[in-house]
Design a protein around this ligand. Structure first.
Ligand code: UT7
Length: 349
């Protein structure tokens, strides 16, 4: 069985820079609070009506394809990870496929939020190792900005997120490449970080009372109700402290799992790329793992949390900066909504 490797990487972020001061025009927040609690100084927002999650994914994919030394026609499978798709359905995978002229090949959309890229990498790795595909295009992209609550009510969520995309081509490897991937989830905490409405749940998991479903018992009319619109129930919600607490435990745990599975220790890691959830989480995890600053890549300061895009953007930036070279042991790890978490260990080829 061949190994698989990341043969090309690309990323795209929109041009428009939105600073913490810009957000203060809309909500009661301030630069000190945001920087102190999250490390974020600015993020990028896409151009509404022009850019979409898919178009950002395409820009990143074009670069990854070129760097892998292949053309669009060589791609034989697409995996698209996002929580902010262009349409509720169909997914961004088929839109990207259509726009890039790759009609006919399979396109899989995955919904694993912050862990989406690692889940996608694991799927691509299995497909390539089994010999089923030779050039898997994996995209993680988010257009968060149109779906956020810009009033003070939504400030704990809104100040964190940014738009962007990252992409990778996964190919068979002559050498080592992707050594191991580890995927986890615990749905007990599904609603702790969630975009609940619109949806088909009809209040089932939340207790119907107070959610405006009492008079919505005819066919239809439950997916998006007037009550949801009137009460701003169509925005993401997050129990920040609960997410933080789990994240700082699960990140080191899942990194250790990957190291143990391959007989490595933390000293063997040459570059650690954590999902960019919050700089404080990354710093906590770095300390717990005992890694020096030069072995950890953080860019949340510039881009905010770009969810499924954050790992490929960071990985690509680190590579472009010459911080990852052939033979390096690269560790990826993510934690987020679901809760889902995962890790990957790669011997860079
Ligand atoms: O990608 C994975 C997904 N997300 C994460 O990993 C996020 C994990 N959690 C976090 O990063 C942090 O919990 C946050 C950054 C979201 C929040 O930081 P925190 O230190 O946990 O703050 P908190 O939610 O406990 O709120 C503390 C105070 C509250 O005020 P009171 O009740 O103490 O008066 C909030 O209302 O900070 C207030 N607050 C804000 N103030 C200014 C919340 N958001 C803001 C804001 N600006 N943007």
């Amino acid at each position: 069985m061949p190994n698989s490797k990341i043969a090309g990487l690309g990323f795209y972020v929109p041009e428009r820079v939105v600073t913490n001061h810009d957000l203060m025009e809309y909500m009661d927040t301030n630069d000190e609070w945001i920087q102190e609690r999250t490390g974020i100084k600015e993020r990028r927002f896409g151009v509404k009506h022009e850019e979409t999650t898919t178009t950002m994914g395409i820009e990143a994919a074009k670069i990854a394809i070129e760097r892998a030394g292949i053309t669009n026609k060589d791609v034989d499978f697409i995996i698209f990870a996002t929580l902010s798709p262009d349409y509720y359905f169909p997914g961004c995978g088929v839109l990207l496929q259509r726009e890039m002229g790759m009609q006919g090949i399979g396109a899989l959309d995955i919904r694993n939020q912050c862990s989406g890229f690692i889940y996608g990498l694991s799927i691509a790795d299995q497909f390539v190792k089994s010999g089923m595909y030779k050039n898997v295009l994996l995209v993680g992209a988010e257009f968060h900005s149109p779906g956020l609550d810009y009033s003070t009510r939504g400030r704990n969520v809104t100040v964190i997120f940014g738009d962007g995309a990252g992409a990778a081509i996964i190919q068979p490897s002559e050498g080592e490449g992707i050594l191991t991937t580890h995927l986890h989830a615990d749905g007990t905490y599904a609603e702790q970080l969630a975009y609940i409405n619109p949806g088909s749940h009809g209040g089932k998991w939340l207790g119907k009372k107070g959610f405006g479903y009492e008079n919505e018992d005819k066919f239809g009319g439950m997916f998006i109700t007037q009550h949801m619109m009137d009460n701003a129930l169509t925005f993401p919600n997050m129990n920040g402290p609960a997410v933080f607490k789990f994240a700082v435990t699960k990140f080191p745990e899942v990194v250790k799992e990957a190291l143990d599975a391959t007989g490595h220790t933390t000293e063997d890691i040459d570059m650690f790329i954590p999902h960019q959830a919050n700089l404080r989480i990354s710093q906590f995890v770095q300390k717990r793992l005992g890694l020096p600053d030069e072995k950890v890549w953080n860019n949340i300061q510039k881009y905010g949390n770009t969810t499924a895009a954050s790992i490929p953007i960071a990985l690509c930036e680190a590579m472009e900066a010459g911080k990852i070279k052939k033979g390096d042991l690269v560790c990826l790890a993510a934690f987020g909504s679901g809760f889902t978490w995962g890790s990957a260990l790669i011997r860079w080829q």
